[in-house]
Design a protein around this ligand. Structure first.
Ligand code: ADP
Ligand code: ZN
Length: 433
């Protein structure tokens, strides 16, 4: 079902006109309310009047995650604090987290785009839908939650964890839909097996999977083991959260709600626009947000765009699957991890050498993170007590910074292979089959 056909099936011409109008309004809004943007535009000698059509967007400067950190916490908000009714934060960051603020209007846009997504997956008012993304500062839980409610299905705010109890609810409440990470879906399947529950005993029929990269092979496995149909749901907190784009029944790309989030693909090195079908970095401008709108935000996600017509009837542009990142961000159990965060912690501990390796794996469908780090020659010893103490200090600090626990391995001096040229700090054994 198409939730909002007037927007999802708009002609290209009308869409471009709408986007141009909204962009002009947005530039006016930030120019007059956000000193950061005003200064940037003045430095480029651009006034809001110079931005009239959507094609003028290329005149505008890019925004990065670093800009969000530098303006922590409220520096990029374009609404007065009294109009901000919700704040979320992105996972796993060094120093200041990236904070996003929403006005009441932003929240209703979010529910709207989430409803479009769920409707495209075939969810209806008759569904009972479990939201098994984490609730809290992370945007997944509450974002999906209000989308389900807005669509009119019954929401079960299961969140993550306590999987056996969750399975009992799935069975007893006749839950038909679930939103979670694809890896959690696989974990759910495993727990189902362990509990001896047959997929015929449950009524799950549709899954909204996202927040991390996944493949068609993972899709097949999840579908087969849970007896449902799985759809891709993409989003990021800086832009709004889940619901930025979603698959339709055709399942060869995810439609972007481009009346709200204008996408571009650029070459991450030259920052020049890239043609449809070619892989580059995805950039979004939030055309309608009023809490913390962003202009040309560099997501660092690598993918393609396609404006080809879709058999579902929607005309909104589609993005291909995320092929990787133009930075070194890793996603471990749904949490963003940067190797540089690990490095900064290691550098604070004098007994350790800044030689380290992050080894990622997937056991029982859950990501594991092992961090190997060398102890300096003068400190390396057979004294178990002092080694354990060092390990504990490192483990505690890492847990604090990364928000997830890692298996720490203290290594002998010179045991981690050195590489010539660009040093390698990550071994990712998680095969996305
Ligand atoms: P959120 O809090 O919404 O997960 P984050 O900012 O923590 O947002 O993480 C967003 C990032 O997660 C995206 O930039 C992308 O790298 C990844 N991501 C989200 N959804 C998907 C998806 N469906 N497929 C691949 N990667 C995804
Ligand atoms: Zn479609």
């Amino acid at each position: 079902m198409i939730w909002n056909s007037s927007k999802e099936c708009m002609s290209r011409e009308q869409m471009r006109e709408l986007q141009g109008k909204r962009l002009n309004k947005l530039v006016n809004l930030v120019y007059h309310n956000v000193p950061f943007y005003r200064e940037k535009l003045q430095a480029l000698d651009i006034s809001p009047d110079d931005i009239q059509t959507i094609d003028d967007i290329v005149k505008l400067p890019f925004t990065t995650k670093q800009d969000l950190r530098d303006n922590y916490p409220y520096g990029l908000m374009s609404a007065p604090k009294s109009d901000i009714v919700r704040v979320h934060a992105s996972s796993g960051t060094t120093g200041n987290p990236t904070i996003v603020g929403y006005t009441r209007r932003d929240l209703s846009i979010w529910s709207e785009v989430m409803s479009r997504s769920l409707a495209a997956f075939g969810v209806t008012r008759d569904d009972t839908f479990s939201v098994s993304y984490g609730y809290g500062l992370f945007t997944g839980g509450l974002g999906a939650h209000y989308g389900v409610e807005n669509l009119g299905a019954t929401v079960i705010p299961a969140s993550t964890g306590n999987t056996e109890k969750h399975i009992k609810l799935i069975r007893d409440l006749d839950i038909t839909g679930i939103a979670c990470t694809p890896s959690y879906a696989l974990y759910l399947a495993e727990t189902l097996d362990k509990m001896g529950v047959d997929k015929k005993d449950i009524k799950l029929r549709v899954g909204a999977f996202g927040a991390e990269p996944w493949t068609n092979n993972m899709r097949k496995e999840i579908e087969e083991r849970l007896g449902l149909k799985g759809y891709n749901l993409y989003g990021l907190s800086e832009i709004i959260g889940p619901g930025v784009s979603y698959e339709c029944q055709e399942q060869n790309g995810s439609h972007i709600s481009e009346d709200h989030f204008y996408p571009e693909i650029i070459d991450p090195d030259t920052l020049e626009p890239i043609a449809d079908g070619e892989t580059g970095e995805l950039v979004f401008t939030t055309l309608t947000k009023t809490g913390m709108p962003l202009i040309r935000y560099r997501t660092k996600d690598l993918c393609t765009l396609s404006h080809e017509t879709c058999s579902c009837g929607r005309t909104n542009v589609k993005m291909g699957p995320i092929m990787g990142r133009s930075d070194d961000m890793l996603i471990v159990r749904g949490i963003n991890v940067f190797p540089s965060q690990v490095e900064s912690v290691i550098l604070e501990i004098p007994e350790l050498e800044p030689q380290y390796m992050l080894v990622l794996d997937r056991k029982n469908n859950l990501d594991t993170l092992q961090i190997q780090v060398e102890v300096r020659k003068d400190y390396f010893s057979d004294d178990l007590g002092s080694m354990l103490q060092m390990k504990k200090v490192l483990g505690d600090r890492l847990k604090n910074v990364l928000s997830i626990s890692a298996d720490i391995r203290l290594m002998e001096p010179n045991s981690i292979p050195r590489s010539e040229g660009k040093s390698k700090h990550v071994i990712d054994n998680r095969i996305l089959k």
